[in-house]
Design a protein around this ligand. Sequence first.
Ligand SMILES: *[C@@H]1O[C@H](CO)[C@@H](O)[C@H](O)[C@H]1NC(C)=O
Ligand SMILES: *[C@@H]1O[C@H](CO)[C@@H](O)[C@H](O)[C@H]1NC(C)=O
Ligand SMILES: *[C@@H]1O[C@H](CO)[C@@H](O)[C@H](O)[C@H]1NC(C)=O
Ligand SMILES: *[C@@H]1O[C@H](CO)[C@@H](O)[C@H](O)[C@H]1NC(C)=O
Ligand SMILES: *[C@@H]1O[C@H](CO)[C@@H](O)[C@H](O)[C@H]1NC(C)=O
Ligand SMILES: *[C@@H]1O[C@H](CO)[C@@H](O)[C@H](O)[C@H]1NC(C)=O
Length: 537
Amino acid sequence: MMGTDGVRKNLFCILMLLLCGFNGFGHWVKAASSPSDPHYWAGVVEFSSAPTNETAEASTARRLAEYLSIIASSAAIDTDVLVFPEGTLNSHATASFVPNPADKIAPCNNLQYEPVVRDVSCAARNAKKYVLINLTEKARCPEGSDTRPCAPNGLYHFNTNVAFDRNGIVVSRYRKFNLFGEAGTNTTVYPEIVSFETDFGVRFGHFICFDLMFNEPALELVNVGITDFIFPTMWFSELPFLTAAQIQQGWAFSNNVNLLAAGASFPPIGSTGTGIYSGRRGAITTAMHHEAQTKLYVARVPKIQFPDATITKIPQPTGTPSQMAKLFLKRDQIDKYVTKDLPWSSNTQLIDSVCYGSFCCNFTINYTVKQVLANQNYYRYKLAAYDAGRTFDGFANGHITTCAIFACSSANYTDCSQRFGEAAQYEEAVTFNAITIVAKFPDRWDTFVLPNNVDTSIVPLDVSETEYSVVPSTGDSKPHNIITYKLINPRSNLFTFAIWSRVFDPISSDGVSLFGTVSPLVLIGAIWSVVASSWRF
Ligand SMILES: *[C@@H]1O[C@H](CO)[C@@H](O)[C@H](O)[C@H]1NC(C)=O
Ligand SMILES: *[C@@H]1O[C@H](CO)[C@@H](O)[C@H](O)[C@H]1NC(C)=O
Ligand SMILES: *[C@@H]1O[C@H](CO)[C@@H](O)[C@H](O)[C@H]1NC(C)=O
Ligand SMILES: *[C@@H]1O[C@H](CO)[C@@H](O)[C@H](O)[C@H]1NC(C)=O
Ligand SMILES: *[C@@H]1O[C@H](CO)[C@@H](O)[C@H](O)[C@H]1NC(C)=O
Ligand SMILES: *[C@@H]1O[C@H](CO)[C@@H](O)[C@H](O)[C@H]1NC(C)=O
């Protein structure tokens, strides 16, 4: 496989030298990135999903026109790949067939497909970019070995990502597996492990929104060596751990992969959050916005295989906490957490631990408390531990293990994980000079741990303000890691600082895990698809 790859890359280097230079209008543009470039250029679109009174047809037509104008815009001209969010294009009423990537069809002007697929294909071809969209796909039922009953109209409806290449050809298709409710939407029998190669030497895996909370397919793609991910989302942000940019940065960091995240934008229901993250090097750009917006964010992304490539971060303006109060945020089910108050004493070095059953979190906190407060409103903080289940809005259940410090807007626990309202004046009473959280987590396939933090503007801290280390522990009967997470810069606007993990469900109770049975098959499928597509070049 490595050999094939090397040959392919060399071929591309030569091809790219010959091809780059002029766009269709004869204007000089930045040459498309090549496999030997240490960077590529990506654009992620935050797209307003504010409800309107349009008909499904009118809404789809308007949104499609906006997509096409973004793809053709001068702001997008440097990008090799453009990503649009989940659920912001069409609907069931305007669902489209999508070509099977194996058929290598460019649906541009092909009337078998609806305008959303045809016109984006033409636009990708005209702009010579990879474009990834999410749409409602219809497909004839049944497919393959699916024995489940088809709907009476003989169609599936999938929540689908479609990737087009620079010639408008559909090169990849992924059907969302972990649905967040989404009545009337079908899933594939098994999660699809899908990725596509580009002419700039990067292979992208892609998945959708709630998939981020699961191992399959997202972490399977990481396991087969994919380093770059495309993630369209319509996230419903939640405190203290799961606001959009916060979890995007943590996921990319823990896996040390590039993540191109495009978010739907409708803050009154909790949706916003777009960014480009480069693994351990953190967010290149990230936006959480308090008003519905449609906006393209462009950045130069260092390739993971070039760890010394320069990284130029593009900070976005952040909303004030009062502005950000317009962003609705759900509250996690933290009521069963074991917690302790952060003692209200000044200039203290606190050393304490909090245990949930046998799972213990060690905290060392150097902090300063303002002794004289002009205002009754200020954030108090809790130290917390948890190692048990939760529900994701009733759509799925999952196990969470976490060690956390989080904010409370009053002394009443129901106000923990709640913010002050838009009109409230409050004081920043606590400055954290330094935090160290240490805990032991199983080193096992089913435990996915990430660093997790957010400030009161609902923006994650830059990774340079923190240190995260994972060290194998010794003397345990089963493998464990000691995970240490540190805040090294003073902060007086912290909302959450945590080590947070998902523990995935085994498929059966007889000790045979999903990983032990289904997964190797999936893995072989994924390796096969890598090999197969290498052959195509
Ligand atoms: C949609 O229509 C309803 C009822 O006619 C109206 O109250 C609402 O303001 C309209 N919304 C928009 C976005 O136009
Ligand atoms: C993907 O996009 C389509 C069309 O906008 C939407 O109906 C479908 O539900 C999307 N996925 C989700 C979960 O929103
Ligand atoms: C697809 O979803 C529809 C609507 O929920 C359902 O009637 C149908 O049985 C599903 N098809 C399959 C193959 O699961
Ligand atoms: C706590 O932090 C302050 C400010 O960074 C520092 O001056 C002090 O030495 C620290 N105290 C302890 C006990 O580490
Ligand atoms: C805490 O808040 C809840 C919900 O607002 C309220 O029902 C309860 O009485 C409050 N408890 C105290 C001690 O104020
Ligand atoms: C946490 O602190 C306790 C008490 O000092 C210690 O026995 C334990 O090993 C510490 N745990 C970790 C993971 O460092």
